[in-house]
Write a protein that binds this ligand. Structure first.
Ligand code: GLN
Length: 483
């Protein structure tokens, strides 16, 4: 197989037996051995088990059994998502020894279809971060320039797909964690609508926003994966009971005649001019494909960061309360219970996680709840309404995925607020619970730029359709880093 083959090409090659599943595992295993030391994209690999599952798939195929279109495809998983028998650290020392006894629903569905877990991807601890520098297993490097961040929090997943260290990745997006690394690493990533995919078996970050979605080489690959993982799960009460379209058929439909909303707030002074030029060029491609651009306004966009960074730490702090060194995870034994808690949490969490716990606990405390949490919930409703109104007029909304290109490692290290501002264009869709795809749309200073395509809730087929036609018309997604 050629390097950087799409999942669709791997699928064809496996189906026609041009390549075996064992060969597929060996291909990615060799690349991980050669390239991962530069990038640090994996926390754990599980090659032996993947190879033995691959041998089973190969036997079934030779025996003529009917197999799914992803049988034998190796993939990686963000380390906040549970995989039976493979440790899941959440990139925090407190879970260094945690080995889940079951698969999260999304992983179980992929494994049932014959896909092979080859390892767990590095990330910001528990998904808290925008650069993958807040991992207790070391920062991940961007494959395009190892002095730069890969984006976060799913930086290991973005870097692994961009460097061809797995065919695709399953990651989590609460406030941009799939889209930001996809954008910084030059690959495609889908944040699904709230409720589209089961979150059972993923470590909760902010439960009212968390979503599980794929990062892959192309929008078409994402459509293939989504077909396997999406849909209601009785084990997740927030998963939507809604029919699934045939994604691969839907994305073939032309985009001619469809309307693209272009929000003025996404092209404000905050956006670097070179990024603006690249994104405007992408919008122009859609005009050539027959879609029309409609200027719109999402008036509450400027409140999104403040709203997100109140609500999310509140939910973070309550969700993290369970990690105390008593029930599971690494326990720092101390003289009494109180000091066992404090020592386990002090040593088990990185600074950003501690910051979230302090912010969230403060904002939820008596006397402050109304001023912060309640007010932020109200603004969240206004942000959601902005999108509802816009989608009455347009089919999708487009803008940049990030205000700039991947920044240098350490550039925002001493300024958490500056780091939070990196999320300006990704958190509104998260607060609104809608879906959003990031696809590569050009380069600035040799680094990839992402185009964000947002769609109405549970209408993933629309952003994927635009993304697919964009990738049929352009070749940004087929340009790869020299490694
Ligand atoms: N940058 C966001 C945050 O730190 C990303 C969260 C996420 O999507 N997991 O909260």
């Amino acid at each position: 197989m050629n390097s950087y083959s799409s999942l669709a090409s791997w699928s064809d090659a496996l189906t026609t037996r041009a390549v075996s599943a064992v060969e597929a595992v060996d291909y990615f295993s060799d690349r991980i051995t050669k390239i991962n030391p530069q990038l640090n994209a994996y926390i754990t690999t599980d090659i032996d088990r993947a190879r033995s599952a691959a041998a089973d798939i190969d036997r079934q195929r030779v025996a003529g059994e009917s197999l799914s279109n992803i049988a034998g495809i190796p993939f990686g998983v963000k380390d906040v998502i549970d995989t039976s028998g493979i440790r899941a650290t959440g990139a925090a020392a407190i879970l260094d020894n945690f080995e889940p006894t079951f698969d999260s629903t999304v992983i179980a569905r992929l494994k049932n279809a014959g896909a092979l877990v080859i390892g767990k991807h590095n990330c910001d601890a528990f998904g808290h971060g925008s650069s993958n520098e807040h991992s207790m297993y070391g920062a991940v490097k961007n494959p395009w320039d190892v002095s730069r961040v890969p984006g976060g929090s799913s930086g290991g997943s973005g870097a692994a797909v961009a460097a061809d260290l797995c065919s695709f990745a399953i990651a989590e997006d609460t406030g941009g964690s799939v889209r930001a690394p996809a954008s910084f690493c030059g690959v495609s990533g889908l944040k699904v609508s709230y409720g589209r995919n089961s979150r059972y078996g993923s470590m909760p970050m902010a439960s009212s926003l968390d979503s599980i979605g794929p990062i892959a080489q192309t929008a078409e690959d994402i459509a293939i994966i989504l077909q396997h993982i999406a849909g209601h799960d009785p084990l997740d009460a927030t998963s939507a009971i809604a029919a699934l379209p045939d994604y691969r058929t839907e994305i073939q439909k032309s985009v001619a005649g469809l309307k693209i909303g272009v929000p003025e707030e996404y092209f404000s002074a905050h956006l670097q001019p070179q990024i603006r030029a690249v994104v405007e060029n992408a919008l122009h491609t859609f005009e050539e494909l027959g879609a029309s651009l409609v200027p719109i306004s999402l008036p509450h966009t400027s409140y999104a960061i403040a709203t997100y960074y109140i609500l999310v730490p509140c939910e973070d702090s309550s969700n993290l309360a369970r990690l105390d060194g008593i029930r599971y995870g690494v326990r720092q034994k101390a003289a009494d219970l109180y000091h066992t808690y404090t020592a386990s949490r002090t040593q088990g969490f990185p600074d950003e996680v501690k910051r979230r716990i302090m912010l969230g606990t403060f904002a939820l405390s008596y006397g402050y709840y109304d001023a912060y949490y309640l007010k932020a919930q109200r603004v969240r409703t206004l942000i959601r309404r902005d999108f509802d109104e816009a989608f009455n007029k347009v089919d999708v909304i487009m803008g940049p995925s990030a205000p700039g290109i991947a920044f240098k490692l350490g550039a925002n290290a001493s300024d958490p607020l500056q780091m939070y501002l990196e999320d300006a264009y990704v958190v509104p869709a998260s607060l609104a619970g809608i879906c959003a795809l990031s696809v590569p749309c050009g380069f600035v200073d040799g680094m990839p730029v992402g185009l964000q395509i947002m769609g109405p809730r549970l209408k993933e087929e629309l952003p994927l359709r635009f993304g697919h036609h964009y990738q049929l018309a352009t070749s940004w997604h087929t340009t790869h880093p020299a490694l």
